[in-house]
Design a protein around this ligand. Sequence first.
Ligand code: URA
Length: 407
Amino acid sequence: MDLEKIILKKSIGLSLSKEELTYAFNGYLLKKITDKEMTLLLKAICKNDMSDRETIDLVDIYINSGEKLNLNEIKGIKVDKHSTGGIGDKTSLIIGPIIAALGLKFVKMSGRGLGYTGGTIDKLESIPGFNVSLTKEEIIKQVNDIGMVITSQTENLVPLDKKIYALRDVTNTTKSIPLIAASIMSKKIVTGTSNVVIDIKVGSGALIEDMANAKRLSSLMIEIAKKYNIKVITIISDMDTPLGDNVGNALEVIEAIEVLKGKKGKLRDLCVNLAASLISLGKNIDINQANKLVLEVLNNGSAYNKYLEFIEYQGGNVKNIKISDRVNLIKASKEGTITEINALEVGKLVLEMGAGRKTKESNIDYGVGIKFKKHIGDKVNIGDIIMELYLAHSNFLYDINKIITIK
Ligand code: URA
């Protein structure tokens, strides 16, 4: 087979056979195909799309690139959630403890940041001592002991996704619906969890920018799940505006704690919705009943206690989390109402500040980020603080008008 012909075929909009997809993708995993060549193919896929058949073939190739994680030794009902990624999305850190406090098993393999969107693993690594690389035996023991785990993919779990994901992150090839579907669903399938909720983010700060694509991703994932006998619920949620008040790795861990301790708002509402969907799937109860249970463990502090237990079990200490002490206050320069906080521009800004990776080798600055003090719909006067920037350097230039609109 000839890679050049495969790339050409996709570049002119033709479908690839399973053999051609296998040749290209497995070849990349085996280092017979270079980053540069794979980037050409990924760009052609982004431009000309893939059929459902090609996507299902790709899921199969992804799954067979590594081992399947047999988690039968975990006692109880396993559930998992996944988000397609957004700005300020720290929902896993809140939902995991809720689920475990309610007696189900939350087994979550998370990723690092992708494009402008942050990743749960990067957030957890902002907690000094926290171990994100667990073995299968450690995962099983931890979930049996405390009911939850959040870890990065083990080395041999869908290694093809790991490699392609890292390349997509730095080559502007993150937005293809089939590539997202294959990446997420292959990881759900190999972990052997049979109840999954997928939070599909749509808006300027998400990988998926419009409703039509969000719906397509939803039906594609449901079709893949059916083939592999997994119960899946998809929820489409807004990502035109960052989720919650804080964006940036350590700042987001801190906000997750605040929500578990009782802070109200859009972030908490979404977490309740996602957690209730998981509880309803896992316990086979109706959503209203599940909702009540979720609110109970949030209100009585047991979800917060579970969070502390989880962080400590994986070696972290929340007391040692550090955020940058160089803070710039951004104030309103005119009177009016905030009509927009643009998630994409916020994502670009925090990436520029050092919260994400620009190349595969970049190091993250965990302590930088933004805290929003005002939200859409808030009225402001000249001089009111709208946001706080936690910076690594004092000579950092940015155009605030790109982020916030006051009318
Ligand atoms: N999350 C994933 O795991 N993969 C994607 O492609 C996008 C979000």
